[in-house]
Design a protein around this ligand. Structure first.
Ligand SMILES: [Zn+2]
Ligand SMILES: [Zn+2]
Length: 272
């Protein structure tokens, strides 16, 4: 761990990312050269690479030490509960945020879960709980965007996404990475939130996915309707109505929005 930490510090301080054997040993402060060589050897090729100029971190080495420095494996910070300037769309009680075990949770007094997402513990050093929730929402939307694009937001390997339907529950988006085990999951509304045409429609009617909380989006309130047309393969029709104008379309089995139609609630649809 100290070897990785020193190589990382070297790169950050000097922009020169290699350290010679003797310098590295001195900085890690191990007297016994044979013992130091043994430990270095354990890291070599996977986390540390030997070059003509000395030793440097590999991509995996960077990722591992970044996670360690961020407190991902060690942080046990917990925050809250704190009432947010928002309410539960279901029961209209105040939205309450907590942060525990690296996870943000927004819920209400009636235990309706409005939002949950992981944020590394180091983010708690500079953000208060409402700020942490904003960050968690940004990370969630970016993760869904990446998963929809077929890329794992954690390890960048290919990831497959799908929409799951179950009776009496809102359809859910799920992306699973077989390489690193990451799971990106949430209500299907997240797929609508990251869609540019849906965002433009909402914007025209005074809603901004950037300013509203995820659980406040027009989809999760009464304004949006989701109809499961088919379970296998999944096909969902959504209709979003704001100020008498509607946007409708289809959500495919992997969460992509395939068609958009606009119209007015008076029935004068401009769809062909
Ligand atoms: Zn509630
Ligand atoms: Zn992955």
């Amino acid at each position: 761990m100290d070897i990785l930490r020193e190589l990382s510090a070297q790169q950050r301080q000097l922009g020169d990312d290699s350290l010679g054997f003797a310098d590295l040993r001195r900085r890690v402060d191990v007297e016994d050269s044979g013992r130091f060589r043994y430990h270095l050897k354990q890291l070599q090729d996977t986390f540390v690479q030997k070059t003509d100029a000395g030793y440097r971190l590999t991509h995996a080495g960077h990722r591992v030490i970044a996670a360690i420095l961020a407190g991902t494996f060690t942080g046990d910070q917990s925050l809250g509960p704190v009432e947010l300037d928002s309410e539960c769309p279901e029961c209209h009680r105040p939205a309450v945020a907590t942060y525990e075990d690296g996870r943000c949770l927004v819920s209400c007094a009636n235990d309706h879960t409005l939002f949950t997402w992981s944020v590394p513990p180091n983010a708690t050093a500079s953000l208060d709980l409402p700020g942490l929730i904003d960050l968690a929402e940004l990370l969630a939307l970016q993760a869904v965007e990446q998963a929809l694009a077929g890329v794992c937001p954690e390890c960048f390997d290919p990831v497959s996404s799908q929409i799951r339907t179950a009776e009496a529950a809102r359809p859910a988006f799920q992306g699973d990475c077989e390489s690193c085990g990451a799971q990106i999951a949430g209500p299907v509304d997240l797929c609508l939130l990251v869609d540019p045409e849906v965002a433009a429609f909402c914007h025209r009617h005074g809603h901004s996915p950037q300013d509203d909380h995820v659980w406040e989006s027009p989809f999760v309130r009464d304004d949006a309707e989701l109809v499961v047309l088919d379970d296998d393969p999944v096909q969902i029709e959504y209709t979003l109505t704001l100020d008498g104008e509607s946007l409708s379309g289809e959500i495919s089995e992997n969460g992509h929005i395939t068609v958009h139609r606009t119209g007015s609630t008076e029935g004068q649809s401009d769809a062909p």
